[in-house]
Design a protein around this ligand. Structure first.
Ligand code: BTN
Length: 265
């Protein structure tokens, strides 16, 4: 049988994909970053439901402008969305993405947990990350690009020592490789479910599901933001996905974004 390329296989797969929000799949063997490409397309008017997938990223981007190491084997995709909602509700979209990722991983008999705001972890090691980028004008969202990076069949030996020590991949956890396209299908199916709930403004339900999947609430945490460090007990997340931390002084602090580390009691 003739060998088919990643692009051919993925385009064939996308023809039979029956998932409501997915309108188009654009595939690359290698690209600097699927988020950068999706942003470029969104600015030119590309429709909601366009998904950009790459086999390898050369300049994958993580939160806070970090590099997202993206060798072959990983799953790198970005989704263009144009939800009719105020920009302050868009903060829930990465939570939805992390929920979809963790539910998909759990379907392989794993207990993936979300560390606030949206790191997906298995056995306390990071397996996936989410990067939301958006543009708004006069309190109206123009577009949202939701980037999802998953160490699917990644050989973690290909990652730098610093990243390897805190990462795992699904194939390494399971002990065998995972079918790429059936994983993508399950992921997009799960995302579709939560995105519909989001558009229906079922925020309470989304937050409840997120809390069930997360192991952050109830933990003692250190949150590093651009301006300060907050140490205390994570006691809840609010309707925007912000973390509520009770400092040792008793002060209640709402945190919109930051790096979260669990600390022992
Ligand atoms: C993080 O945890 O820091 C977020 C990582 C997000 C990585 C994904 S991979 C697909 C998409 N394209 C990018 O350049 N970044 C996101």
């Amino acid at each position: 049988m003739k060998d088919t390329t990643f692009i051919e296989r993925t385009l064939n797969f996308s023809k039979n994909l029956d998932i409501d929000f997915v309108k188009k799949i654009i595939v690359f063997d290698e690209i600097p970053s699927t988020n950068s490409e999706a942003k470029k397309l969104a600015r030119k008017g590309e429709e909601e439901g366009t998904v950009v997938i790459a086999q390898i990223q050369k300049k994958g981007r993580g939160r806070f402008d970090r590099l997202w190491e993206s060798p072959e084997g990983g799953l790198y995709l970005s989704i263009i969305l144009r939800p009719d909602c105020s920009p302050n509700k868009a903060t829930l979209l990465p939570l939805i993405a992390s929920l979809a990722v963790s539910k998909t991983i759990n379907s392989y008999d794993f207990s993936a947990k979300i560390k606030w705001p949206n790191d997906v972890r298995v056995n306390e090691k990071k397996i996936a990350g989410i990067l939301l980028e958006s543009e708004a004008h006069e309190n109206r969202l123009e577009y949202v690009v939701l980037g999802i990076g998953i160490n699917l069949n990644t050989d973690t030996n290909l990652l730098s020592e610093e990243i390897r020590s805190i990462s795992t991949s699904l194939s390494e956890e399971i002990g065998t490789s995972v079918d790429y396209h059936s994983f993508v299908k399950k992921l997009l199916f799960n995302f579709d479910k939560y995105y519909k709930l989001f558009l229906d403004k079922k925020y309470d339900y989304i937050i409840k599901e997120w809390k069930n999947q997360s192991d952050t609430v109830g933990r003692r945490v250190r949150i590093t933001t651009s301006s300060e460090q907050i140490i205390g007990k994570a006691c809840d997340i609010d309707q925007s996905g912000f973390l509520i931390v009770i400092r040792d002084s008793g002060e209640r602090k709402k945190v919109a974004s930051g790096d979260c580390t669990y600390i022992e009691n």
